[in-house]
Design a protein around this ligand. Structure first.
Ligand code: AMP
Length: 286
């Protein structure tokens, strides 16, 4: 497996693959890989001839008071995981290569970036859409793999790809959880033992909401109340948002229709964690 550190090299490598008639899968990550990322690499490996995993802590998607400096990084460990899961290359560019002096072009998706994490983290999705567009242009993948853990991000990227006629298939992959329910996240490493225990409140709340919706509840206010009550029961948890939104537009709904996203962002100490479930009428698993 190759480790490619420059934009030009990554572009050249992916070009070679395409010219050989091979299908290319891209897995964009910020590194410090866990089983959630591994599931994306596995999905890419199963669907594509060549798999490139990008590992880049994208500075422009972090707000000024967020954890850019402390975000966990370990390229050696990440590369071992990528190789074990059959990736063909890891792309690990520098910030200067991705955003050289004079960089001035950004991609903004309107509307569905204004709720949920978009409301709590101004500029976040502009940073995400810009880096993902750059990665798509560098690698020109046939397919790109994203987790439903970041459900709003997945919806925003699908919108961007459709709106800008990007020639790439966006594949969404289910949330991978710890055995006790906590959604896997690189940020879980920030949690103390006590906070780790408290963080279970997110998946507990999501599970309670999911059971209620699956049992037939369609009143979004009642589903929100279940989430809020559950979060309020944990003294270390501070609610950022508990929302029920349309699965496509990300706009809050009063009544749950064909598709909905039930989404939660909670601070446990200094650590902001998210969780969700996607409801689709007639489907039995989230
Ligand atoms: P990140 O490194 O956190 O930017 O995440 C990179 C990709 O991995 C994104 O598409 C995430 O949605 C996905 N991902 C992160 N955590 C999980 C998880 N627990 N289950 C599935 N996908 C995940």
């Amino acid at each position: 497996m190759e480790i490619v550190r420059s934009v030009a090299e990554a572009q050249q490598l992916a070009r070679t693959w395409r010219e050989a008639g091979l299908s290319v899968g891209l897995v964009p990550t910020m590194g410090y890989l866990h089983e959630g990322h591994e599931s994306l690499i596995d999905a890419a490996r199963a669907a594509c001839d060549r798999v490139l995993v990008s590992v880049f802590v994208n500075p422009i998607q972090f707000g000024p008071t967020e954890d850019l400096g402390s975000y966990p990084r370990d390229l050696e460990r990440d590369a071992t995981i990528c190789a074990a899961h059959g990736a063909d290359a890891v792309f690990h560019p520098t910030g200067d290569d991705m955003y050289p002096a004079g960089f001035s072009t950004y991609v903004s998706v309107e509307g569905l970036t204004e709720t949920l994490c978009g409301a709590s983290r101004p500029g976040h999705f502009r940073g995400v859409c810009t880096v993902v567009t750059k990665l798509f242009n560098i690698v020109r993948p046939h397919r790109a793999f994203f987790g439903q853990k970041d459900a709003q991000q997945l919806a925003v990227i699908k919108r961007m790809v459709a709106d800008l006629n990007m020639d790439v298939q966006v594949v969404g992959c289910p949330i991978v959880r710890e055995p006790d329910g906590l959604a896997k996240s690189s940020r879980n490493t920030y949690l103390s033992a006590q906070e780790r225990q408290a963080a279970l409140v997110l998946s507990r709340a999501i599970r309670a909401a999911e059971q209620t919706v699956r049992a037939g509840e369609r009143d979004a206010a009642r589903v929100r109340a279940i989430l809020e009550e559950e979060i309020a029961s944990e003294p270390l948890a501070y609610l950022d948002y508990a929302q029920v939104v349309d699965g496509l537009t990300m706009e809050p709904v009063d009544t749950i229709g064909q598709t909905a996203l039930v989404a939660l962002a909670v601070r446990i100490g200094e650590t902001r964690l998210i969780d969700n479930f996607i409801f689709e009428e007639g489907q039995s698993c989230s």
